[in-house]
Design a protein around this ligand. Structure first.
Ligand code: UD1
Ligand code: CA
Length: 486
């Protein structure tokens, strides 16, 4: 009997996903920034006591790599292993390969079999299913239970055939679309692919599967019929959460599902106090956090593990990836922020590029066409126009003039520079790294600085201006003479 002790989960992820027409295995495609594999592991992990076995095949190395990333990211207190299904002979065969990957041979206990192509499967949906099945009276408990859903258009899915002669309206079999009779095609209850079974039932019946069907595959969905022949019962639980159990077999289906999910996701954010100017043009990943009282302008993309803190305004046409935007920041139109930290009350853009390892402390101002990279800008630094600030630290209240370029790269190596606090760098200066500019120093506009400037000094690195009195007037006079003009 399925019991509370759900020891294992097997994730079926070996298929190529032929209809995706991709070199990437289907489970490595993404929804809301997360791979389908990560979504599936997240859904199963809280319910599984002992081990998750991922069955991979097509793109095995890539799937293994992603699994390592997921383990590192989720830090689960649970064993997660991977086994190879060399040939994709069907879901029944994949489940059998999964069983062989379970490291401890427990005779009792139950297990979940979960498809890897159900991107929005959630812990809530699985646990609702599991708790309903395990709480059934002993007499009506089945050794194999299927999570099902009613669909207006069931085309393509395995249909649930019920036996109305049984009081509990038990399942008699599952029939795949391609094997359905015209009558069976009218059935609207379909198999989601999520199965809860005793270990004993799978161990006994998976090896007995045949391939006598239109696809000549070992179908996991043929197990119920075998069980019933042996007078064992099979039950099904119908979930109401249709989005959560929708499987995807093509990029089109994934894209349609993602846009439906996005509307829900953005609606939840709007209800939590975030202003979203355009639902159609806003993309916020599952791992991103947006606090209340944030304004999200049209064309905003917030990717990865980003946090946007309260009171901030993102004007739009902006991409933010794996970054922190502090409170009351103003991210003006067209800004690109990647793997950076912006503290509070910062204004950037329009049209700036904040690159990895940039750290902007409180009250920093970055204007148009400014690029920063691996730069620590202390409080109140201003770089309002046209600058490249790479590999350096800039002290508090320093002003970087328009057109300042930090030459951090000598063609072979990168070098770091240090500009202290309350410095004034005149416009169109070139600072050749490594160089240090002392506290309160000035750099004259148009300088090329390749030597340190001491605190309180003025660094001038340009040729001296010479005014030639009367030169222009003499030139004009000479020109007029030669053309005969008076
Ligand atoms: C399957 C079910 C169908 C159900 C539908 C729900 C079967 C035979 N059919 O159909 O009843 O309605 O899911 O979405 O189970 N896989 C392997 N190895 C294989 C074959 C498949 O690991 O040899 C994996 C795939 O990578 C995928 C999952 O199993 O993640 C389901 O396989 P797929 O081919 O997508 O099955 P469907 O035709 O969608
Ligand atoms: Ca599928």
């Amino acid at each position: 009997m399925p019991e509370k002790n759900i020891l294992y989960a097997i994730i079926l992820a070996a298929g190529k996903g032929t209809r995706f027409k991709s070199d990437l295995p289907k489970v490595l495609h993404r929804i809301g920034g997360r791979t389908l594999l990560e979504q599936t592991v997240r859904a199963c992990a809280p319910i599984t006591k002992q081990e998750i076995v991922v069955v991979a095949g097509f793109g095995f190395e890539l799937v293994s790599k992603e699994l390592e990333i997921i383990k590192e990211k989720l830090k689960l207190d649970l064993k997660i292993s991977i086994v190879k299904q060399t040939e994709q002979l069907g879901t029944g065969h994949a489940a059998l390969v999964g069983l062989s990957g379970i490291s401890e041979n427990n005779a009792d206990g139950s297990l979940l079999v979960v498809p890897g192509d159900c991107p929005l499967l959630s812990e809530a949906t699985i646990s609702e299913f599991v708790s309903c099945e395990v709480n059934k009276a002993e007499a009506t408990k089945a050794s194999f239970s299927i999570l099902t859903v009613e669909l207006d258009n069931p085309f393509g899915f395995g249909r649930i055939v019920r036996d109305s002669s049984t009081t509990a309206n038990l399942v008699s079999k599952i029939v795949e679309e391609k094997d359905c009779t015209a009558e069976q095609k009218k059935i609207t209850e379909i198999n989601t692919g999520v199965v809860l079974s005793t270990l004993a039932a799978l161990k006994e019946y998976l090896p007995k599967l045949g391939t006598n069907n239109s696809q000549s595959e070992y179908y996991l969905t043929d197990v119920p019929e075998l069980l019933i022949k042996d007078n064992k019962s099979v039950s099904a639980y119908i979930t109401k959460n249709k989005l959560s159990v929708r499987g995807v077999n093509s990029r089109l289906e994934l894209s349609v599902l993602e846009s439906e999910w996005r509307q829900e996701h953005l609606s939840a954010l709007a209800l939590s106090g975030v202003t979203i100017e355009s639902f159609a043009n806003t993309f916020i990943d599952l791992d991103a956090v947006v606090e209340p009282d944030v304004f999200i302008g049209a064309g905003t993309r917030i990717y990865g593990k980003s946090i946007i803190k309260s009171g901030s305004i993102l004007e739009g046409d902006t991409l933010i990836r794996d970054s922190v935007i502090g409170q009351n920041c103003n991210i003006r139109l067209g800004s690109y922020v990647d793997s950076a930290v912006l503290e509070n009350n910062i204004a950037i853009g329009p049209f700036c590029h904040i690159r990895p390892k940039s750290h902007l402390m409180n009250n920093v101002k970055i204007g148009n066409f400014v690029e920063t990279k691996a730069a620590l800008l202390h409080e109140g630094v201003k770089a309002n126009h046209l600058a490249y600030l790479g590999d350096l630290e800039i002290g508090a209240e320093t002003n970087i003039g328009a057109g300042t370029i930090v030459c951090n790269y000598d063609g072979t190596h990168k070098h770091r520079s240090q500009i202290s606090s309350k410095v004034f760098i005149g416009s169109n200066s070139t600072l050749i790294s490594p160089v240090e500019i002392g506290e309160g120093a000035y750099v004259a506009a148009g300088s090329v600085i390749n030597q340190n400037v001491p605190s309180g000094a003025l660094g001038v690195g340009r040729s001296k201006q010479v005014n030639k009195e009367g030169w222009a007037s003499r030139k004009r006079k000479a020109e007029n003479k030669s053309t005969g003009n008076k």
